[in-house]
Write a protein that binds this ligand. Structure first.
Ligand code: SF4
Length: 544
């Protein structure tokens, strides 16, 4: 595919799946009188939808969707007039001693900017909700001066360093890596990942790094050729810088799903290496619009310049009144830590398409369209701005977030996306001390982010109904648990029941657990304002 083809793809008017930043064009096909199926748009090299993209239509038509504004409490659910209740919510926020707004980062950038302006008009602070790893990736790379490309350009690369299990986290991006490999079967591909996933199967060489700080250390070893700190397994990394440098179009693909400090350290190392190699960098985020959300938040004066750090800033000293738009704030970080913060909020208003933990504790609840039920703009990565059209119309009477803001007195705003997000750096922590397996969160091709949307859909419920714990066969045997059986994971923050999946290629002493389940996130013992969101921890595994 030529670069003009990839530009054509970004300009093409289509709906976009934003359940990762590949941003696959998507449309619906009629499968019956009142039945729709999602389908990819066959152009510019896009190869299909992954499992996540396939649930969009089911969410649109989900039986539990919020369809009317209602008030919790008082023993009943009275459906309210939207205009009146929007004015009431705005008044509650304006009249509170302290007020804040948290909005999901996957809404289109102009909606995010309008939310920011609305919050400011009420005297409220605001933040966009994003996975901490996305926030760190954008903060670590946006101002780095690297040359960025989208996954569509990977087919043109003639040597690749792939960081992360891209096949699991961004399946359609992996397709372009395979296309490049098919075009040039001898193309060198090095995979560095904290887990030996399918991505490693199509590598010329792979290295299973220690989760957390180990990935940044592995990239540094490639750059310097000094592999001694990584042990004998890393010997093969020493010659890779020359292999990559000898290519005409080397590319570094980076999918990061580890903790915040680790991702910041990894991004700094990747930027360093990319500049020395003059390689293009293809950053892959969990939220399709992570880049747009971070830039819109920074330009709009959001708390901590946006991202999960801004959400933490708001929740650390809970406001008297809080408006949450689209995000399941309680589920997205760690429910135990966030629930007690939300207990301190006197007036909680929720706006969104689906019920969730946060909406269930809100006093006022508004239905709203999904981001994919309206037109808008997203920034899929640096220089990857794309306009998208609605996939389907929202149900009758369900307004968009922008329409709700207008009812509450807000106005339209065009987001300023021109300035890169200011750089942040961090040193990755060393391995946590203590006994037990080293645990990291793992994204998968079935559930999206915190799972609060995909856990409601039938297909993800069927395929991954419970959190999966991936570990080495020897570690499973030592813990007395078996492949496919239930087990209990015990960490610094508590315990979670998981289903064991053993893998002969998984490094001993390391484990990965599904990120999309709140109980798993609680295991990490994450605390509001703690320095290292979702860094690896030591856990014990036992029989359920
Ligand atoms: S690869 Fe990403 S954008 Fe494409 S369908 Fe899957 S989740 Fe959606």
């Amino acid at each position: 595919m030529s670069s003009s083809a990839s530009n054509e793809s970004l300009r093409a008017p289509a709906s976009r799946c934003l359940l990762c930043n590949v941003g696959c064009p998507v449309r619906v096909m009629r499968a019956g009188p009142d039945q729709w199926l999602p389908d990819y748009v066959p152009h510019a090299g896009y190869a299909g939808l992954c499992g996540r993209g396939s649930v969009l239509v089911e969410l649109a038509d989900h039986p539990d969707r919020l369809r009317g504004a209602h008030r919790h409490g008082g023993g009943g659910r009275e459906v309210l007039d939207l205009r009146a209740v929007a004015a009431e919510a705005a008044e509650a926020l304006r009249g509170a001693d302290s007020a804040a707004v948290i909005v999901d980062g996957n809404y289109d950038v102009d909606t995010l900017a309008a939310v920011g302006a609305f919050a400011k008009s009420l005297g409220a602070t605001w933040a966009v909700s994003l996975p901490p790893s996305d926030e760190a990736l954008v903060r670590g790379l946006d101002s780095s001066g690297c040359r960025f490309v989208g996954p569509e350009a990977l087919e043109q690369a003639d040597a690749m360093l792939v960081i992360g299990d891209v096949f699991a986290t961004h399946p359609v991006a992996a397709h372009w890596i395979l296309e490049a490999k098919a075009r040039q079967p001898r193309m060198p591909v090095l995979v560095l990942a904290a887990s030996a996933g399918v991505t490693a199967d199509f590598a010329s060489a792979s290295f299973q790094a220690v989760p957390g700080a180990g990935l940044a250390a592995a990239v540094a070893a490639v750059r310097t050729g000094n592999v001694s700190a990584l042990g004998p397994r890393a010997k093969g990394l020493a010659g890779w810088k020359d292999l990559l440098k000898g290519a005409k179009q080397p590319a570094i693909v980076l999918a990061a799903d580890a903790g915040r400090a680790s991702v910041l350290a990894l991004a700094a190392e990747v930027a360093h290496l990319a500049k020395e190699l003059q390689a293009a960098v293809c950053p892959l985020t969990t939220y399709g619009n992570a880049w747009g959300a971070m830039r819109a938040a920074a330009a709009g004066g959001a708390a901590a310049a946006g991202g999960a750090a801004g959400v933490e800033d708001i929740l650390r000293d809970p406001p008297e009144a809080l408006l949450v738009i689209g995000a399941d704030v309680e589920s997205a970080l760690a429910p135990q830590a966030v629930a007690s913060a939300l207990d301190g909020v006197l007036t909680l208003v929720y706006v969104g398409p689906m019920p969730n933990r946060t909406s269930r504790r809100a006093g006022l609840v508004f239905p709203a369209a999904f981001a994919f039920e309206q037109s808008g703009r997203a920034l899929l990565g640096p220089a990857r701005e794309t306009a998208f059209e609605p996939l389907l119309a929202p149900p009758a009477g369900v307004p968009s977030v922008r329409e709700i803001l207008a009812l509450a007195g807000g106005g339209a705003v065009k987001a300023n996306l021109t300035s890169p997000v200011a750089a942040a750096t961090a040193r990755a922590n060393g391995e946590p001390k203590g006994e037990g397996l080293l645990l990291v969160l793992a994204n998968d091709p079935v559930h999206f982010a915190d799972g609060s949307l995909t856990r409601e859909a039938r297909w993800p419920q069927t395929v991954i109904p419970r959190p999966v714990l991936l570990l080495a066969e020897e570690d499973a045997e030592a813990a007395g648990v078996a492949d496919g059986r239930r087990a209990v994971l015990q960490g610094p923050g508590g315990r979670a029941e998981v289903v064991v999946a053993t893998d002969a290629a998984q490094a001993r002493g390391q484990a990965r657990a599904s990120a999309a389940f709140p109980a798993v996130r609680d295991v990490f013992g994450w605390k509001l304002g703690g320095p290292d969101a979702f860094e690896p921890v030591r856990v014990r595994v036992g029989k359920a």
